[in-house]
Design a binder for this molecule. Sequence first.
Ligand SMILES: NC(=O)C1=CN([C@@H]2O[C@H](COP(=O)(O)OP(=O)(O)OC[C@H]3O[C@@H](n4cnc5c(N)ncnc54)[C@H](OP(=O)(O)O)[C@@H]3O)[C@@H](O)[C@H]2O)C=CC1
Ligand SMILES: O=CCCC(=O)O
Length: 295
Amino acid sequence: MEIGFLGLGIMGKAMAVNLLRHGFKVTVWNRTLSKCEELAAEGASIGETPAAVIKKCKYTIAMLSDPSAALSVVFDKDGVLEVICDGKGYIDMSTVDPDTSLKISEAIEHKGGYFLEAPVSGSKKPAEDGQLVILAAGKKELYEEIIPAFDVLGKKSFYLGQVGNGAKMKLVVNMIMGSMMNAFSEGLCLADRSGLNCQTLLDVLDLGGIANPMFKMKGPTMLQSSYSPAFPLKHQQKDMRLALALGDENAVSMPVAAAANEAFKKARSLGLGDLDFSAVYEAVKVAEGSASGTK
Ligand SMILES: NC(=O)C1=CN([C@@H]2O[C@H](COP(=O)(O)OP(=O)(O)OC[C@H]3O[C@@H](n4cnc5c(N)ncnc54)[C@H](OP(=O)(O)O)[C@@H]3O)[C@@H](O)[C@H]2O)C=CC1
Ligand SMILES: O=CCCC(=O)O
């Protein structure tokens, strides 16, 4: 199967490499074209524009930062829409809002192409290991045809029905995750300020009913103020913002998520947007007066 891949950031690069290593022919494009070289060294072909990739491949996957990037790659000059046609499939795995997905879907189907949204749960390491959780929605036939690739990229795929449901599911999951990360950060601060050992707190948490992989993985690095990005904080804040907008539309009051969003915004204003989202801990520390340097 020949697959196009648009967007070679933290996730896109890991996913494209995985496809190559499992025998797929992959043609890649990235806005910063130099990032394609590493993939070429793994055997990928390079497309000069999104349109060139679509032209060459029956199926193209996109993994882009946010709604404006997802729209730009489809609608701008040399974009997907210029060449997509009957029989071609476009799979957007970026985390965007349902309206963005719908706009892209309608434009592509208007040209005769097929569209699937398929955001993912899981970060850099699961992307490298093919252990993502795929939240797909849209054209069922395309979902069925692209399963061999999803089986390489993920440990489980869900088909959620009409376009928008994948985006909504992803935003709900990340809204919960962002709120948890804030509660965790406040807990670490409280433990520290009240004279407890934070490592002991991590050990206690890990043995109880709220043990979870995120606390286990991020806790030790947070205690070292080490935030090498797996999931950039600016993207987590984008997801909180999009989830809150979904809450607005549905008249769902989400004071916990709103407070968490404020903390991520504060962290961005402190220049932490490109670090891992766990760096929100530094913003929480600033708020209570015990910030340290980050790594
Ligand atoms: N990292 C993670 O743990 C996870 C991320 N996600 C989601 O996946 C998506 C990608 O995340 P991630 O790989 O971490 O992000 P990165 O910031 O590492 O990569 C973003 C990608 O989008 C491209 N891009 C940004 N703006 C534009 C634009 N205007 N036009 C064209 N391309 C653009 C970048 O190109 P360039 O190289 O030129 O900047 C890059 O390829 C996001 O939607 C994120 O929320 C989902 C699950 C986990
Ligand atoms: O969108 C990013 C999700 C990160 C994760 O699931 O660990």
